[in-house]
Design a protein around this ligand. Structure first.
Ligand code: GTP
Length: 318
């Protein structure tokens, strides 16, 4: 099965980290956000993924020189101007001929971290197709839905309302668009892929009007890693035992001085933490360094923290 993975956004909320590294290639534990995503897609029987690229495509091509990741064959569709989410899906799907293959396919936002079973979502979608679905979207419950696309649905899981970032009090639903979809090829008729178009603001409301959008809520681990706070949490959740997926806190090639103190933090490959330094609740990127007696807390460090420096609640670029 094919998947289209949206990885072409600017990642503005994670600047300055994304000034040099696109968001999906930022570390998550000892891998990248995109590697975890592809690992999960592979478990769900996805064999091929088209990366819908726009902003900074080169680092993706360099990251996967043999065009595979987690056993998934990679294809690349590079937009010359940003096409927004629906435009990007249409463009990327056509680039591998999905409009001519009569095949159901998966779409995923490249900044989502989840333990959703793609196989279960596809299976629910196939049932929904019998009832007239053209698309099924994964939903997750959140405490404050106003920052998301809120989904209202009937007892048969047919979506009755799709409200992008609604004002407080305008809906009672706590279920939001969780960024993974299963599409019938006919959805591509709505996605010409030649101009900017938003799947959240245009395509989903169009499908709701036709009664062809269905939803599948799950309680699986889920987060949108696109904000500084959630990005850091996504890293720490891999090492603190709160998830099924786990990763090493300290990479085998990291150099942590015996007189440094590391608490609840990810230390990437080749990173260095000098004597007397303290690192709490933080992510030290591959190759980054923390100098003698520095204090780093609640931070993500891509570059170098000087000796004696105090860094708190910050993103430190290279
Ligand atoms: P912010 O700038 O911080 O909002 O991040 P973002 O650029 O990633 O935007 P957002 O999180 O809303 O995007 C959701 C998903 O769609 C992400 O996986 C983006 O990479 C992707 N995306 C957004 N716009 C485009 C686009 O124009 N082209 C492509 N190919 N992908 C896009």
């Amino acid at each position: 099965m094919f998947a289209v993975v949206l990885v072409g956004g600017f990642g503005t909320r994670l600047r300055p980290l994304t000034n040099t590294t696109p968001k999906p290639l930022l570390p998550l534990g000892q891998r990248t956000i995109l590697e975890w995503m592809l690992t999960h897609l592979a478990r769900g029987e996805v064999t091929d993924a088209v990366l819908a690229l726009g902003f900074k495509p080169e680092p993706f091509l360099a990251a996967f020189p043999d065009n595979t990741c987690a056993g998934v064959r990679l294809h690349y569709a590079i937009e010359s101007t940003p096409l927004d989410t629906a435009g990007a899906i249409g463009f990327a799907a056509r680039s591998v001929g999905l409009h001519e293959r009569n095949e159901t396919f998966v779409v995923a936002n490249g900044d989502i971290v989840t333990e959703l079973s793609i196989a279960d979502l596809v299976s629910a979608h196939r049932d929904n197709v019998q009832a007239g679905a053209l698309a099924t979207i994964h939903l997750t419950p959140v405490a404050d839905p106003t920052q998301f696309g809120v989904v209202e649905r009937d007892a048969q899981s047919k979506v009755t309302g799709f409200l992008e970032k609604p004002a407080p009090g305008t809906t009672t639903s706590v279920h939001v668009n969780a960024g993974t979809y299963v599409f019938e090829p006919a959805v591509l008729d709505l996605l010409p892929g030649d101009a900017p178009l938003s799947v959240e603001r245009t395509t989903f409301p169009q499908l709701v009007q036709r009664g062809a959008l269905y939803a599948q809520p799950t309680e699986d681990y889920w987060l949108d890693a696109g904000r500084p706070e959630t990005y850091r949490r996504g890293n720490l959740d891999l090492i603190n035992g709160s998830r099924r997926d786990r990763d090493d806190a300290v990479h085998a090639t990291a150099q942590v001085d015996a007189a440094a103190r590391i608490v609840n933090s990810v230390i990437g490959a080749g990173a260095r933490v000098a004597a007397g330094a303290q690192v709490n609740d933080s992510v030290i990127f591959p190759g980054a360094s923390v100098g003698r007696n520095a204090r780093v807390s609640a931070a993500c460090v891509m570059g170098n923290v000087a000796s004696e420096a105090v860094v708190h609640d910050s993103l430190v670029a290279d």
